[in-house]
Write a protein that binds this ligand. Structure first.
Ligand SMILES: C[S@@+](CC[C@H](N)C(=O)[O-])C[C@H]1O[C@@H](n2cnc3c(N)ncnc32)[C@H](O)[C@@H]1O
Length: 273
């Protein structure tokens, strides 16, 4: 049996409401450009809450609390934008750095990306020179950078936001990886590409999940491998609602790798039927 302690959900829900009220009215640019200590503390506090080990019953009670979706919309949006802000800041500091690789390796989440990439490379059976496509590559395409530099793969990143796509191209050039990683501006509907890929990866933040996977199921060749990351453990499952979508029948799940510290994400491997 598991030893997860029962928690009192009422104060937790009250704290989440208090946070959601504080972040709900903030504009996108206000978050992306903020230098507020208070917002930073809120972000850190949400991360601490996400790491709480919460039993299934309490998780369900939180999920079923009144107006929970409204509450979560505000919190998810804030966490997404604040994460993005951290990636943009890291990308810009790397461009200005005299030692860009050192600056990159100092990024708080670098060890997580290294471990995730090892899982994704090994368990999808990739080999050097294979091509990996990453949907939702962002301003700092760390997953592709790690996969291509550590394992000799070539990569294609797809990013829907023009500014983030061009910042990521600068980052890749600064790291000397322009030969192996290409960034295309667009979203899932840009697929299929003419070039064939050995693994299609979907970012944890790529949205809308249902539409993304339904489109992939329609356009990628039979037998193609796909992987995605989700959060299944503790309160993280609630705060990062990525595990709640239903996979289209065109995919068969063949492996699920549970996270080991410092990684928080489960990695799911699929094959197109
Ligand atoms: C913050 S990044 C995370 C990627 C992370 N840096 C990595 O390398 O694993 C997430 C990006 O996904 C992009 N995105 C979300 N949904 C997308 C979609 N359907 N197609 C393309 N880009 C998408 C967002 O614009 C955002 O810039």
């Amino acid at each position: 049996m598991n030893n997860i302690p029962k928690i009192d959900t009422a104060p937790l829900i009250a704290e989440l409401w208090q946070i959601s009220v504080m972040v709900n009215d903030l504009g996108k640019e206000e978050i992306l450009e903020s230098s507020s200590e208070e917002l930073h503390s809120i972000f850190i506090r949400l991360d601490e809450l996400a790491a709480l080990n919460v039993d299934e019953k309490s998780t369900d009670a939180i999920l079923k609390s009144p107006d929970f979706n409204y509450l979560m919309d505000a919190i998810s949006r804030f966490r997404f934008l604040y994460n993005l802000k951290l990636e943009i800041e890291k990308a810009k500091s790397l461009l200005e750095s005299s030692n860009p690789w050192k600056t990159l390796r100092n990024f708080t989440f670098y060890p997580n990306y290294l471990q995730l990439a090892r899982t994704e490379y090994t368990d999808s059976g990739l080999e050097p020179n294979d091509c990996v496509l990453f949907l939702g590559s962002g301003p700092l395409p760390l997953s592709l950078i790690v996969l291509c530099s550590e394992y000799g793969l070539s990569g294609i990143g797809i990013e829907q936001d023009g500014k983030r796509a061009s910042l990521s191209r600068e980052v890749i050039a600064r790291l000397g990886l322009s030969e192996s990683i290409k960034i295309i501006e667009g979203n899932h509907f840009i697929l299929p590409l003419k070039i064939s890929c050995d693994l299609y990866m979907v970012a944890a933040q790529a949205e809308p999940k249902k539409e993304v996977f339904e489109h992939l199921a329609k356009v990628i060749p039979e037998g193609s491998k796909v992987s995605y990351r989700l959060y299944e453990k503790g309160l993280r499952r609630v705060l990062d609602d990525s595990s709640l979508f239903e996979l289209p029948s065109g995919f068969e799940e063949y492996l699920r790798v549970q996270p080991e510290p410092p990684v928080n994400n489960t990695v799911v491997f699929l094959k197109k039927r």
